[in-house]
Every structure is written in structure tokens, then in C-alpha cells.
Ligand binder design. Structure first.
Ligand SMILES: O=C[C@H](O)[C@H](O)[C@H](O)COP(=O)(O)O
Length: 235
């Protein structure tokens, strides 16, 4: 049986597919919420919807192939019509923490190329202020220990990510440092500080990178849109 959280993820993932129209090129995000969007999208493709997707991770690429979603190389498209992605935290200013699954760099590249960016989350991801979830920071492997020390000096506790007892290596061949800050009052300044650190490739702070957030709740969902009234969908 599916857990309550999984039911919420499934509901918002499937809802996001309503934003997709025939002929669109779609940025396919990563993670367990996006999985449901892709499954539904695959079903629509099998009944004739004509779309193509750019995957933001190898796992997403695998799912796309499994669900029959046609893919196109990122290098072959200049813009995407829409991107649909998950997040680890969303604040009320539409800023996000992403990268819990380690796909932040490709996700940022893909989302940045989209004309419309939709985020799908369950309500446990909504926060007053970013930072309870440690900010994933992708760093080059060479000299990562020194990069980590530099990050300590800007006020965080970085932890090298391990998965199944092994050092996690991103799809780009880099390590991830999960950086716990005690308080992220200004995510924009923090992002710039981290980016200026030698050895850092990208941060999981996605700032001003979405206009629509679909939040799955117990009895429905809330659709948050920048500069538009909140929509409530009840079951
Ligand atoms: O690197 C992973 C991504 O940023 C995911 O979109 C994020 O971690 C949310 O994943 P999930 O939908 O599985 O909670």
C-alpha cells in the first residue's frame, strides 16, 4: 500500500502533466515525485501525445525510455517549453533547495532553459525559511577536502555524501557536500558566496527559478503561482 506522502507525490506529479501540450519539448526533472509525472506522461504518449523530453539525470533518462517518452539531446534544443521537477524545500518566495538525489547541476541547466518552470512537492517540503534540509553542493573530486574547509569558513558543516556506504558520485563525476547552515536568512548572498569557493561546481539553491509550485496535501493540493491568486484543488 502507498504511504500518504507517496499518494501526495503521485497526485501532484500527475497534475503537472495538465500543463503539457502537444508538440512541447519538456525538461524532465528528477526524483520520486517526477516519477509519477513521467509515468502519466508515458501513458499519454502511448495514446498519441507528441512531445519530447530532455532528462535531467541518468535515472530520469532510464524512466523515460521505460515509459516510452521520446527524448532529444539537450544540445539539439535551444529552449524548452516547460520543465517539471521536484524539490527538497520550497519557501514562500518560490526559492528552493534541490539536489537531495544528487541531480542538482543537470536539473539547474534544464530548468534554466525552460520558458515555464513547474515544481511538484508534497506539503512536508514547504518551509518558512530554507536550510533545515542541508544544501547540496556539487564539488570536483580533486581537493574536495580543501573545498569543504573553505565552506566551513563561510558558516556551514559540510558532510561528504555517501550512499550505500560508498562515496556518492554525481552523473557529472563530482562529489556532493551536504552543507548544514544554522540559518539561511539571505539565500541569494549565500549562493554567491558558495559559488565563489574554488572547487565548487554548483549549489542546490534554486533562486528565482520557478513560477508555479504544486503542493500535495492530505485532501487535495494547492497551486502557488507567482503574481497570481492561490488555487486550491480539493478531492
Ligand atoms: O537531486 C534530486 C532532485 O533535486 C529532486 O528533485 C529532489 O531531491 C526531490 O526529490 P523527491 O521528489 O524524490 O522528493
Amino acid at each position: 500500500m502507498m504511504s500518504d506522502v507517496d499518494l501526495k507525490k503521485k497526485a501532484v506529479g500527475e497534475k503537472a502533466v495538465e500543463y503539457i501540450q502537444d508538440g512541447m519539448t519538456i525538461g524532465l526533472g528528477s526524483g520520486s515525485t517526477v516519477y509519477w509525472m513521467m509515468k502519466k506522461l508515458g501513458a499519454l504518449v502511448s495514446t498519441g501525445l507528441n512531445v519530447r523530453g530532455v532528462p535531467s539525470s541518468l535515472r530520469t533518462e532510464k524512466w523515460a525510455k521505460e515509459f516510452g517518452i521520446p527524448l532529444v539531446y539537450f544540445s539539439e534544443v535551444s529552449r524548452l517549453d516547460v520543465s517539471i521537477d521536484g524539490a527538497d524545500e520550497v519557501d514562500r518566495n518560490f526559492n528552493l533547495v534541490k539536489g537531495g538525489g544528487g541531480s542538482l547541476l543537470r536539473e539547474k541547466l534544464v530548468n534554466d532553459a525552460a520558458d515555464k518552470r513547474i515544481i511538484v512537492v508534497d506539503d512536508s517540503k514547504r518551509v518558512q525559511q530554507l536550510g533545515a534540509f542541508p544544501v547540496p553542493v556539487e564539488v570536483v573530486q580533486f581537493g574536495w577536502e580543501n573545498t569543504a574547509k573553505k565552506l566551513v569558513s563561510i558558516g556551514c558543516e559540510p558532510a561528504l555524501r555517501f550512499v550505500d556506504g560508498e562515496r556518492f558520485v554525481s552523473n557529472n563525476g563530482n562529489y556532493i557536500l551536504d552543507c548544514q547552515f544554522s540559518n539561511i536568512s539571505d539565500p541569494f548572498t549565500l549562493h554567491e558566496q558558495i559559488k565563489r569557493t574554488l572547487g565548487v561546481v554548483e549549489t542546490g539553491l534554486f533562486l528565482n527559478m520557478t513560477e508555479t509550485i504544486i503542493v500535495g496535501e492530505e485532501e487535495g493540493m494547492t497551486i502557488l503561482k507567482k503574481c497570481a491568486p492561490v488555487e486550491s484543488v480539493k478531492y
